[in-house]
Design a binder for this molecule. Structure first.
Ligand SMILES: Nc1nc2c(ncn2[C@@H]2O[C@H](COP(=O)(O)OP(=O)(O)OP(=O)(O)O)[C@@H](O)[C@H]2O)c(=O)[nH]1
Ligand SMILES: [Mg+2]
Length: 610
């Protein structure tokens, strides 16, 4: 059988990407709010007969008739008018069975394109649970389009769709016999084929009554975030202790078994000392994402946007900036890409400029290393972990910093018009354990890939520059002082002395430009190389800095990391999304300036006080 090309189209949040992932085994981002997919994605799978099916996942759109950029792209792809894009043999229109009044309208618009299509009636599990009864055969007759029921989040939920794609049934162009008025046609089809329960969304209404309550909403939001950061410290501790102990054991093992020399130094200092000091943060990252994924899947996040809209518009942002800024807490890169859904250019630029201020997961190793080293492990008011509280504070400082920058930018604006937030609130949904597991696996993989990729590379280069040139004959100081990195560190020291950074930190900041966690692995290596007669030093970075640094230095470094744009990929994505080197210059310039100013103030104030 010939290969088949299909395109998944539909309203936002109907499950296109979930379907795409289920069919092709891909791991594209899925979440319970509109506008998750911002870029077309292609995948392939082989149906049981061996037929090759090429699948295209597209961003959701509410209509094909409006003239927005997303609508035009989707329509052009369906019609094969987009240059460089092959026309799909079959359009698979995806609709949410629990929200047919809205979604059928889109189906009718797609039908008007006059291309071969079928309808994937998705979320059938959720529809059944809500007591929505659908006579699919009748709907198929009324609509004139082949309908296949799917449950995109279950493996067997797409079997019927795959079987259909695998069959020899020629793609069918539906006949258009509608009255022309979409609203009337949707009503006719629904009346004929769907029986709605008396109250479809009792649970949603009840939950919204509490979670969106004008008095309770914000306190509940703050409480949720607070619990998340508490958990990051308290739950992760046992796993972290275990990883730390394993690293220590490994360090001792290597020092005792390998002969002295470069290989031993590389393994002990760069690998165990450097990478080992980052890997201990895996449990914390997994726990943070466990909560983020639950919030994403449950449908709570757009409600948080709704709650914060007022506050954000006061700071010169729109509610539309919420999801990009929220994604930036995982990583600024997808966050900046998500700003494509902000149509107002200035709102978009403001959001891009402040996205790097949101506390991304790459900062977790830096913050938690310093917090664990300097904040005592005790509880306040009996039950709150002080360390968790400080971490929570770091997130708040990042957000407050971003809002302040946006406020300052909006003061320079002439056009003060506000755009009201129009946003669909999705139904609440119980997160699937399997989806959660996949999502967490994915995050763990990303973290491990960074360790074996960018962190490993930067760290190896650092090890080379800290090892060579070697110590000259008869020299008395530690070898690292004579190395290239040591010399650069000492040269930089005067510039960073006013903010309290010693030369080891200066050395770590350079490879740390590549990515934030690199600074932690780099410090691991620098300290390991400096004290190479004692290998156990390598995996005790936290203990080491707590005894060697002042509190002022630690806090100053944390302040630096709130602002400093120490991430080349973020700058690269800003260049790509704004198509302007000037914007990259502005972002990097203003962030480094703020970083220096705040680190300076922190260091000077704290060292006077303590
Ligand atoms: N219960 C249930 N949930 C589903 C089903 N299909 C998708 N979901 C959930 O619905 C939400 C939206 O799914 P996505 O695949 O991200 O939706 P999308 O159509 O790609 O959305 P955009 O990319 O924003 O256009 C996610 O929370 C999915 O887990 C289904 O068949 N049943
Ligand atoms: Mg999607």
């Amino acid at each position: 059988m010939d290969a088949l090309t299909i395109a998944l189209v539909g309203n936002p949040n109907c499950g296109k990407t979930a379907l795409f992932n289920q069919l092709t085994g891909a791991r594209q981002k899925v979440a319970n709010y509109a506008g998750v997919t911002v870029e077309r994605k292609e995948g392939v799978f082989h149906a049981p007969s061996g037929r090759k099916v090429q699948v295209l996942d597209l961003p959701g759109t509410y209509s094909l008739e409006a003239m927005g950029p997303d609508e035009i792209i989707t329509r052009d792809i369906c019609l094969g008018r987009r240059p460089g894009e092959t026309m799909p043999d079959l359009i698979v229109c995806v609709a949410d069975a629990t929200n047919l009044r809205l979604h059928l309208r889109f189906v009718l618009e797609v039908k008007r394109l006059g291309r071969p299509m079928i309808l994937a009636l998705n979320m059938m599990d959720a529809a059944k649970k809500r007591g929505i009864w659908i006579d699919t055969a009748r709907m198929e007759a009324e609509l004139g389009v082949k309908i296949i029921e799917t449950i995109a989040v279950k493996a067997e939920g797409t079997a019927a769709l795959v079987a259909h794609l695998d069959s020899n049934i020629a793609p069918h162009v539906p006949e258009v016999k509608e009255s022309g008025d979409l609203h009337t046609d949707v009503r006719r089809i629904l009346d004929a084929s769907v029986v709605m329960p008396q109250r479809t969304s009792l649970i949603d209404d009840r939950l919204d009554g509490i979670l969106l309550n004008p008095f309770l909403g914000i306190p509940i939001l703050v409480a949720i975030m607070f619990v998340v950061f508490q958990a990051v410290f308290t739950w992760a501790a046992p796993a972290q202790d275990f990883i730390e102990a394993s690293m220590t054991w490994l360090g001792v093992f290597v020092t005792q078994t390998l002969p002295d020399g470069l290989l031993k130094s590389f393994i002990a200092d760069a690998l165990i000392g450097g990478l080992g000091s980052v890997i201990v943060f895996l449990p914390q990252i997994i726990i943070l994402f466990f909560f983020i994924l639950i919030l994403e899947e449950s449908g709570y996040l757009p409600r948080a946007a709704f709650l914060l809209d007022h506050l954000m518009s006061k700071a010169g942002l729109t509610g539309r900036s919420f999801i990009p800024l929220l994604s930036s807490h995982a990583c600024a890169i997808p966050g900046i890409m998500a700003t494509r859904s902000i149509h107002d250019v200035r709102d978009r630029i403001t959001t891009i400029l402040i996205a790097p201020l949101m506390t991304c997961s790459a900062r977790i190793p830096v913050y938690t290393l310093l917090i664990a080293a300097f904040v005592p492990e005790r509880s306040v008011w009996g039950f709150v972990s002080l360390q968790g509280l400080v971490l929570f504070g770091m997130y708040i400082i990042g957000i407050a910093g971003g809002l302040t920058v946006s406020l300052v930018m909006s003061a320079f604006r002439h056009d003060k018009s506000e755009h009201p937030l129009i946003m669909e609130l999705p139904s609440y949904r119980m997160p699937h354990a399997k989806n959660l597991a996949i999502g967490l696996g994915e995050r763990a993989m990303i973290f491990m890939r960074r360790i074996t990729g960018i962190i490993f590379t930067a760290n190896t280069l650092l090890w080379v520059t800290t090892t060579f040139p070697g110590k000259p004959e008869g020299a008395t100081g530690p070898a690292i002082d004579y190395s290239l990195a040591g010399m650069i560190g000492h040269l930089m020291e005067p510039i960073f002395a006013p903010i309290g950074f010693n030369w080891q930190i200066c050395v770590a900041l350079i490879p740390g430009l590549a990515a934030r966690e690199v600074a932690v692995s780099a410090m691991g290596t620098v300290y390991a190389v400096s004290g190479s007669d004692d290998a156990a030093v390598a995996d005790q970075l936290g203990h080491l800095i707590s005894s060697q640094w002042s509190l002022a230095t630690a806090l100053s470094l944390m302040a630096w990391y709130v602002f400093a744009p120490q991430c080349l990929s973020t700058l690269a994505v800003i260049r790509r999304e704004t198509n302007s080197w000037k914007m990259v210059g502005i972002t990097a310039g203003y962030l480094f300036t703020l970083a220096y100013i705040f680190a300076f103030l922190t260091y000077q104030i704290v060292s006077r006080l303590s």
